[in-house]
Design a protein around this ligand. Structure first.
Ligand code: SAH
Ligand code: SF4
Ligand code: F3S
Length: 456
């Protein structure tokens, strides 16, 4: 922990002694946001706060915000309204951080409409959180801790992880790609890679603690830059896979433009790497892709996807797709459907284009009406769903290694685990197994959203 912040941690810790104070964190964004929340939780635990799920009963509430699409804002304002009411009767510290707080117009709105918020912090100053909390508690100050430069990478923050067997490890911060629809580069700054030795140290200590599954995180993981020995993302993958005890390695998100052959080889040569790779398509039409500033064409994407599927046996792909990008014609949208028909995606995350102030695409006059966007979204969803059952059938009779995640949600007679392709598999409960165990099963039944397996 940073020396200076350790002092603030100790000061708050002392103040909180015997008070049994509770905190709650509401994470609104992606896995990077989630990983930041785990670090905030780590710092709060050190300060003698205890985590609870129901934020309405907490003494300190953190909202870790996202701004990648518009609906996030409405959700946040609703929640702030709820907390305002609670604050009228009880002393609650409300802290709001994350990507949305890095937007200038949002910050102005917070100041004018929500002056009762105690702490506002951004994505580059999270490591100062203990100091922010101290100022809010000790001096009853309204704290605003936001900077507009690319923050440094701070190592060694305490962390309280959500799971005992799966862990996320951020390998790089920021993004340089400036896809024309996307706000992330504006709120997360430029790309900064963590040192490979720090990443490997973290994964090794996770392995020693019993973690089995690791997800390497970044906005563009395959543009990771290491050192002389571990130069790039492929090298890093190979090193992470060597770590004993780690059974499964995922990464999110790679960019198709940086998907070099050495990364494909690394996946092929390391069975620990999940057999579902996320390959964000965004759109299937080359003109739209150019306007999105994605730096690949429909053909290049198809060739890459096909090459990966051909070279790596058992591989499946997942993707992100945006419908209704400004100017997208019906014909251009058909190209997206065409790619979906050609590449049998195992999973598709579908988004309706959302105008983000400050981005290049938001300045266009040819925005697509909501009604058309929704129609296209439904068409894509129907196409995807029409293939799910058929896709599931390919698992019947196959042997799969699953990692047990726990008891099934709605059935206490069964366990639930996931295949290397991220499919949920249900098996009968068996006293020999516990959470995090890896088990070989034969798939005997398929249902829409899960498979049934028998231990072999
Ligand atoms: N860096 C990652 C994803 C970051 S955001 C990548 O490039 O894959 C996650 C997803 O949100 C994106 O892949 C994109 O599909 C979607 N997204 C980003 N900006 C959006 C916007 N303005 N409207 C709708 N969807 C958007
Ligand atoms: Fe956004 Fe593109 Fe960067 Fe992903 S790669 S975060 S979509 S700008
Ligand atoms: Fe959202 Fe920030 Fe992630 S904008 S998607 S939380 S990087």
């Amino acid at each position: 922990m940073l020396e200076n912040q350790e002092q603030f941690i100790n000061l708050v810790k002392e103040k909180n002694k015997n008070k049994n104070l509770k905190y709650s964190i509401l994470t609104m964004g992606c896995q990077l946001n989630e990983n930041d929340s785990e670090k905030l939780a780590g710092m709060l635990e050190e300060m003698n706060f205890t985590q609870i799920n129901d934020y309405k009963n907490a003494d300190l509430i953190v909202f870790n915000t996202c701004c990648v699409r518009e609906n996030a804002e409405e959700r946040l304002f609703g929640k702030i309204g709820e907390i305002k009411k609670i604050k009228e009767n009880k002393n609650v510290i409300l802290a709001i951080g994350g990507c949305m707080m890095q937007e200038k117009n949002m910050l102005d709105k917070m100041k004018s409409s929500y002056p009762f918020v105690d702490i506002i912090f951004g994505t580059h100053t999270m490591q100062n959180f203990p100091e922010d909390v101290y100022k809010a508690i000790q001096n009853n100050e309204k704290v605003k801790d936001i900077i507009d430069i690319d923050g440094e990478i701070y190592e060694g923050l305490p962390i309280k992880r959500n799971s005992k067997f799966k862990a996320s490890v951020t390998i790089m911060y920021g993004c340089n790609n400036f896809c024309s629809y996307c706000i992330v580069p504006y709120v997360r700054g430029r790309e900064r890679s963590r040192k490979p030795e720090k990443i490997l140290e973290e994964v090794k200590s996770l392995a020693l603690e019993g973690y089995k599954e690791i997800t390497l995180l970044g906005q563009n993981v395959n543009s990771y830059k290491g050192n002389d020995k571990i130069k790039n993302f492929a090298d890093l993958l190979n090193e992470v896979c060597k770590i004993e005890g780690i059974e499964r390695v995922n990464f999110i998100s790679p960019h198709p433009k940086d998907f070099t052959d050495d990364v494909i080889d690394a996946i092929k040569n390391n069975e620990k790497i999940s057999r579902i790779i996320h390959l964000p398509l965004q759109a299937g039409n080359s003109k739209v892709l150019k306007e999105m500033n994605r730096k690949y064409t429909k053909e290049q994407y198809l060739n890459l996807a096909q090459k990966m599927l051909d070279e790596i046996p058992g591989l499946t792909l997942s993707t992100d797709i945006i419908v209704g990008f400004p100017g997208e014609t019906e014909e251009e949208f058909e190209d997206t459907l065409d790619v979906v028909r050609k590449i049998n995606f195992e999973q598709i995350f579908m988004f309706i284009y959302s105008e983000r102030e400050g981005t290049v695409a938001s300045r266009r006059k040819d925005q697509i009406p909501d009604e058309i966007k929704h129609k296209r979204f439904n068409k894509l969803k129907e196409l995807y769903e029409s293939r799910v059952d058929e896709n599931n059938k390919k698992y019947i009779g196959t042997n799969q290694k699953i990692l047990i995640e726990g008891q099934s949600k709605y059935n206490n007679e069964t366990f639930e685990g996931r295949t290397s392709t991220n499919k949920v598999v249900i098996i009968d409960k068996n006293d020999n197994y516990k959470v995090g165990d890896s088990v070989k099963v034969k798939i005997v039944e398929d249902h829409r959203w899960y498979l049934k397996g028998k231990v072999v």
